[in-house]
Design a protein around this ligand. Sequence first.
Ligand SMILES: C[S@@+](CC[C@H](N)C(=O)[O-])C[C@H]1O[C@@H](n2cnc3c(N)ncnc32)[C@H](O)[C@@H]1O
Length: 267
Amino acid sequence: MRLMDTIHTNAFYNAVAADYHLFFRDWWATVEREAVYLDKLLSPHGVRTVLDASCGPGTQSIALAGKGYAVTAADPSAALLDRARANAQQAGVEVTLLHASFLDLPAHVDGPFDALITTGNSFAHLLDDAEIAQALANFHGLLAPDGVLLVGIRDFDAILETRPRFLPGQIHEQGDERVIGFDIWDYNDGPPPTITFNKFFVRGDGEAWAVTHAPVVYRALREAELRAFLERAGFVDTERADHWWEMLLVSRRGKAKGGGKNVRRRS
Ligand SMILES: C[S@@+](CC[C@H](N)C(=O)[O-])C[C@H]1O[C@@H](n2cnc3c(N)ncnc32)[C@H](O)[C@@H]1O
């Protein structure tokens, strides 16, 4: 990811932070659903400590903290971290929050963690091969031996097959106002192929309507590419465990390879 991409991605998330829950029909119901699914995936591995490397407003972090996991949650969007803090407080759970990106995680936190998760299509914000490799090396270095990595992104193989352009979102009633969300996706064949998600909200009360628009770019990372990056970074036993709209790959930290340092938890 080039510096300008990072700046644009952060600008996007800071701009939409106040409206983030409107992307969902019911954000708190999503947190409940994530809790059930993630716990089912992680508990058989004996996971106790989790680093959520792209927590946003806490969708998965709060879910896991509610299930009793010790959760550290990082995100580069300061506005989303503020929402995560407020949401955790509202849920009555403790989450340690960090202002960090995939690329500078080791400067902000020590491991080892039993599991590291990045879901909600966050990893597809890395556009560059070198930065994908760096992020995975960082994850590898922060995981305990045999630790579990979950990477959840959209199923870009299926998306590139049909190239949908118009994606309906949700309709919310807020006071007298109706808020209608939808996406327009623009394709760039690359290499690497990317998709600009243009997020629109139309708000009004029946008479007067206003439109807001914010674009953000994702790399259309195919499953085979992601698997190859994981293997090169030293991850093993990768399996697919799709959830909702997400292609979720579950891997284990292998013993030898991977560029990240193996670090101890601060006492
Ligand atoms: C669609 S949101 C998903 C957030 C949350 N996991 C969820 O499912 O609601 C994508 C998240 O990725 C984060 N993100 C973007 N670039 C990132 C990077 N380089 N490192 C870590 N997180 C990043 C954004 O700030 C945002 O919170």
